[in-house]
Design a protein around this ligand. Structure first.
Ligand code: ASP
Length: 305
């Protein structure tokens, strides 16, 4: 593995290997001394042009936990504010000889674009526009491995803003690779047309999609990517039609697992008592996010066997 651009380039055995390695890092992360020398002498730059709490912090902790030198740069404090292009920023940082560049950017495909110009640097996509977010999906797969014993043959019902979600797009690809079913629930305005090509079930009726769901995966409405204000009439109506509340969770059953990639908008796509309830694995996703990023960084730096 030279780069990680998306789930599209990962085969099932590679995913299984990353998850197994991540599991060992979950264990390391619970020890009193949370440190290993695996990436000593390696330099990792986290370059974030979009806001982030979980992804950015977990990449930073992941690198530090493995003894790498980690540098964080955000758009607000970088020379892009002075008009520098993404390519110039990338080439400038690559000239300082980092081993890995972790990038979050609003433009889909920007990681592949930069990789063509930076042959010495491994690039990780930490979310590129509405395109892909592979480390989030690996995090979800690890969480479901822990709580359901794996995803093969399971049904994940994903609800909300599918159209603008890079998490949804990465899951659409991973579902085929890993053999799980994705059931998509969204208002027409938040559903991309190309979704049919993935062959998944699509509905606008959340209640009808609950039975048989092993996982309810709630998505935030990506206000920052909406081109119109009219994707749905009001927050109250959205919550009525597409919000996960106790009544709906009870219809899905007591074994159903609740996931959300964060950040949550409580009272919009998810009710507070469900987000904090016993079927929610949302904070497990966060914990696993560190371990998965440790596994990705280790693998990109040539370790992991
Ligand atoms: N954190 C996820 C992402 O960056 C989901 C979200 O922002 O709603 O795509």
């Amino acid at each position: 593995m030279k780069h990680l651009f998306g789930m599209a380039e990962l085969e099932r055995p590679q995913i299984e290997r990353l998850l197994a390695l991540a599991e060992s890092f979950v264990e390391l992360s619970r020890r009193p001394l949370r440190k290993a020398p695996t990436l000593r002498g390696k330099t990792i730059i986290n370059l974030f042009f979009e806001n982030s709490t979980r992804t950015r912090t977990s990449f930073e902790i992941a690198g530090k936990r493995l003894s790498a030198d980690v540098i964080n740069i955000s758009a607000a404090t970088s020379a892009t504010k002075k008009g520098e292009s993404l390519l110039d920023t990338g080439q400038t940082l690559a000239a300082m000889q980092p081993h890995v560049l972790v990038i979050r950017h609003g433009i889909a495909g920007c990681c592949q674009f930069l990789a063509d110009y930076l042959p010495q640097t491994a690039i990780v996509n930490a979310g590129d526009g509405a395109h892909e977010h592979p480390t989030q999906v690996l995090t979800d797969l690890l969480t479901l491995r822990q709580h359901l014993g794996g995803v093969a043959g399971k049904t994940i019902t994903m609800v909300g803003d599918i159209a603008h979600s890079r998490v949804a797009r990465s899951h659409l690809i991973a579902a085929n690779t890993m053999g799980y079913r994705l059931r998509l629930v969204a208002p027409k305005t938040l559903l991309p047309r190309e979704v049919e090509r993935y062959g998944c079930e699509v509905t606008h009726d959340f209640d009808a999609a609950l039975a048989g769901s092993d996982v309810l995966y709630m998505l935030r409405v990506q206000q920052e990517r909406l081109t119109s204000n009219f994707a749905f009439p009001s927050v109250r109506e959205y919550h009525e039609a597409y919000g996960l509340n106790r009544r709906r969770l009870a219809m899905a059953g007591s074994d159903c697992v609740v996931l959300h990639p964060g950040p949550m908008n409580r009272g919009v796509e998810i009710a507070t008592d469900v987000a904090d309830g016993s079927q929610s694995r949302i904070l497990d996703q966060v914990e696993n996010g560190v371990a998965v990023r440790m596994a990705v960084l280790t693998t990109l730096c040539g370790g992991g066997d």
